[in-house]
Design a protein around this ligand. Sequence first.
Ligand code: DQA
Length: 142
Amino acid sequence: MKILVIQGPNLNRLGKRTEFHYGAMTLEALNGVIRDYGDTIGFETDFLQSNHEGQLIDWIHESEKKYDAVLINPGAFTHYSYAIRDAIESVDIPFVEVHLSNIYERETFRHVSVIAPVCRKQVYGMKEKSYFDALDYLKTLL
Ligand code: DQA
């Protein structure tokens, strides 16, 4: 099983962003522990990151050719990108929405996800463990 992990805007700044919300790991370190966790449960993982909405949309469209499922952390696009929402809806493999922080205990604008209705599941608030949980969920689904 091949899983694509798409990291959205500002996640390349992990390690410099607020530790309370995001932890201390760099994106490279985070992707490393996700890869290791995936290996232990029998998933092959690939990783992409972009700060650009159009690039994320192109990757979402292409994902169904090569992958069985996608984990996506859309960053702040979560809260307002109808274009990313529509891209996910147009693709025929399962998507799981993942957040490091607890978006429901932060500013009210983060309480809304326009992405959630087109994803199979939303996982948040457990830092890197959010991604592990999302992989565990896919293990039961696929
Ligand atoms: C985030 C939460 C978003 O609200 C924020 O804009 C991010 C990261 C998270 O992983 O907790 O950039 O998606």
